[in-house]
Ligand binder design. Structure first.
Ligand code: CA
Length: 337
């Protein structure tokens, strides 16, 4: 009898924690250690135990989805040295103005400001010839590692600047969605989320393009000019209920759920959960925390008090080992999926 009770208890705790175990989302791969969005960064994030690996997507001139955070190339590649005349009138170099073959000639380096100063000074400082990866290459990489290592690490692509791509005459959402369909990934049951900052595009993906895949509405700050979406209004319970008609979750900016300076938790996670939405905020970066707060303290607040469902992080290893350490008494807590 005692044994049966214990078994019942264990199976209940297994089910509930398997359902609630937060997702560790490798933000641009293991970008805390290697140049963002390279296949090397994705591989390291995989090895560090990420549940999902993010791919920001923009199009090349020949309409191939490539993994880059920006429509611009100048802050992460040597494009200005290799193709000095190929900038637009604003002085910027755009991935869309280069064929995939040309993009493949570029060397990817750690993210810099336009003046050449490294954004995160203590991160990767080497000069190896990292390359821009295509979305197809990254899908293949993760699928092959999953097959061999018997894991189910998921994909977390972001459709970048759909309106801007339309202005260039290209439908990035349709191109990406068609690719997902080719790979059997336009499926709500598969380990994949598609994210976008543009609410009109999220609606278009779901309704007009008939996407079946899980969608995440990203929430930025209106001052960033990411899309025409009004992010202040989007965070109200009324609009969150509207988001829930099309998307499975939101990806807010961390300060929108937890104000680190003031130590204040906002209502956003609660309101999103009320609307039935998961919450995956971005971005946990242990190398830019205020000196009087530790990574562990921030993660404890986020997972235990704010109760987020997943976290974008540049440091997959830190978040994975934190979650493991808090589950010491629940060896089966981690879902196999
Ligand atoms: Ca992103």
């Amino acid at each position: 009898m005692k044994i049966r009770l214990l078994a019942a208890f264990l199976s209940t705790s297994f089910i509930s924690s398997a359902l609630t175990q937060p997702l560790v989302i490798a933000h641009r791969g293991a970008s805390g250690y290697l140049p963002e969005h390279t296949l090397e960064a994705a591989t390291l994030a995989y090895a560090q135990g990420a549940d999902f690996i993010e791919q920001d997507l923009v199009l090349s001139k020949d309409l191939v989805p490539v993994v880059l955070h920006d429509i611009h190339l100048d802050t992460v590649t040597d494009v200005a040295q290799k193709y000095p005349t190929r900038h637009r009138d604003d002085g910027r170099f755009y991935a869309f103005d280069f064929t995939l073959a040309e993009l493949k000639t570029l060397v990817v380096h750690e993210r810099q400001e336009l003046d050449g100063k490294q954004v995160f000074v203590n991160r990767y400082q080497g000069k190896a010839a990292f390359q821009i990866a295509t979305f197809a290459e990254e899908l293949e990489l993760i699928a092959q590692l999953n097959r061999q290592l018997k894991r189910n690490v998921g994909y977390y692509p972001e459709i970048k600047s759909p309106q801007w791509h339309q202005q260039q005459g290209a439908d990035i959402s349709l191109i990406v969605l068609n690719m997902l369909r080719e790979y059997g990934l336009d499926d709500a049951k598969k380990a994949i989320y598609v994210q976008c900052f543009d609410f009109a595009e999220i609606k278009r993906l779901r309704i007009e393009l008939g996407a079946k895949v899980k969608l995440i509405q990203l929430i930025g700050d209106n001052s960033w000019g990411e899309a025409d979406t009004d992010y202040t209004a989007l965070q109200t319970p009324q609009q969150l209920a509207d988001v829930a008609k099309y998307a499975q979750g939101i990806g807010p900016w961390l300060p929108q759920v937890f104000d680190l300076q003031a130590g204040k938790i906002t209502d956003l996670v609660n309101n999103a959960h009320q609307a039935g939405l998961q919450v995956h905020p971005y971005t946990f970066r242990q190398d830019v925390l205020p000196s009087d707060i530790s990574a562990e303290q921030v993660l404890t607040v986020l997972f235990n008090q704010v109760k987020i469902d997943g976290l974008f992080t540049d440091f997959t290893d830190t978040v994975v080992s934190y979650l493991k350490s808090t589950n010491l008494n629940q060896p089966n807590a981690k879902s196999p999926n």
